[in-house]
Ligand binder design. Structure first.
Ligand code: KG4
Ligand code: ZN
Length: 352
């Protein structure tokens, strides 16, 4: 049996989790504690790095203790300590990584410095028997990438967004329409009663040969449409949200279809299409991806929402995957604000 503690502090959630992998291969999340800082940042309209780092320092020790209690284990039972070492807000990353180093040193156990994006990418293997290679759509507030996951540590980025992330576009549209934060769930709720065909919004990049995304033109079109209709009634808002979501869905379907073709050409046959990141919670997007997967003869794997959004279990699980392969880190490993999954294809200045 392998027991690993996972620590996540790269953005505005402090998380500590214990994941167990038994000798027969069964995985179990023994504890998955998470504390969001949304309230601390709300009045600034975004995440303030210094406030985030301080909030992580204040609660991390207690959250680790709670996770250990919930799992009913002692520190001596741990086989390794994993922490997200980036990409993310450097102050917060240092809090989590330094804590993990101290525990690893004190307990004489290996340290695993996990890439936060790799943890999202490997989460489907925590909840499902997904084999390599598979196609990952990683869509959150900070990232939108289509990635071929070939093995632990071997990723080929097939496409990325050239401007906003999908979750970021949902958040900005929600802000424009005064629907609150986080915007994704609010826009999805408003869209439920709306007419997706009332407003003709652009579908950026549709039909382009590379599976990249662009969301900023669509976001601007929503703003201009809203301004032309003002004052907005509840029906206008619902119709605008539905039209926006329909445009995003069309882009996701088209870009994913192109990525599946690129995967087959460059890598081989994917074992599944998997989704990670908060946007994976959107029902319209999930249903669209199910259609794309079925059409391509692929299985769709979407982890439950609590494992799609940032959490400690995904860090612990990525730690176990790395430990299995002897990919342990020295205590001198550095926290990294930027850390692309596929260094070869990362553009200078691109987000993570
Ligand atoms: O993965 P996540 O929790 O955090 C990071 O960004 O790393 O993703 C949060 C993002 C936010 O932008 C949020 O608006 C979006 O995921 N999101 C959604 C939905 N739920 C969360 N977007 C669309 N529809 C949703 N139901
Ligand atoms: Zn994340």
């Amino acid at each position: 049996m392998t027991l690993v503690l996972g620590i996540e502090t790269t953005c505005d959630e402090t998380a500590a989790a214990i994941v167990e992998r038994r000798s027969d291969g069964e995985r179990r999340i023994r504890a998955n504690r998470i504390r969001s800082q949304v309230a601390e940042h709300a009045r600034f309209g975004g995440v303030v790095p210094e406030i985030a780092a301080r909030a992580h320092v204040e609660v991390l020790d207690r959250m680790i203790a709670e996770a250990m209690d919930e799992a009913g284990i002692g520190f001596g039972d741990l086989d390794a300590i994993a922490a997200a070492a980036g990409p993310g807000l450097i102050g917060g990353v240092m809090v989590g990584l330094t804590t993990a180093k101290a525990l690893a040193l004190g307990l004489g156990r290996p340290l695993l410095a996990v890439n936060h994006l790799e943890a999202h990418a490997l989460t489907p293997r925590l909840v499902d028997d997904v084999h390599f290679p598979y196609l990952l759509l990683l869509a959150s507030g900070g990232h939108t990438q289509l990635v071929a996951v070939r093995e632990v540590g071997r990723y080929t980025r097939l496409g990325t967004t050239i401007d906003d992330a999908i979750g970021e576009a949902f958040d900005k549209v929600a802000k424009m329409l005064s629907l609150g934060f986080p915007g994704g769930p609010a826009v999805e709720r408003a869209a439920r009663d709306g007419d997706p065909e009332r407003f003709a919004l652009p579908r950026p990049m549709l039909g382009k040969p590379d599976p990249d995304f662009s969301l900023s033109g669509l976001k601007t079109a929503v703003r201009l449409t809203a301004e032309s209709v003002e004052p907005l009634t509840a029906t206008d808002i619902a119709d605008l949200c539905a039209s926006f979501q329909a445009a995003v869905v069309d882009c996701v379907i088209d870009r994913t279809r192109v990525a599946i073709r690129a995967f087959r050409r460059e890598i081989g046959t994917p074992s599944a299409l998997v989704v990670a990141g908060g946007v994976g919670a959107n029902r319209a997007i999930r249903q669209a991806l199910q259609r794309s997967a079925t059409e391509a003869g692929l299985r769709l794997v979407v982890p439950p929402p609590a494992l799609c959004t940032d959490n400690g279990a995904m860090i612990a699980w990525a730690g176990i995957e790395r430990l299995d392969r002897g990919l342990v880190d020295g205590l001198d490993v550095a926290a990294r604000p930027r850390w692309p999954l596929d260094a070869a294809r990362a553009q200078p200045g691109a987000r993570a």
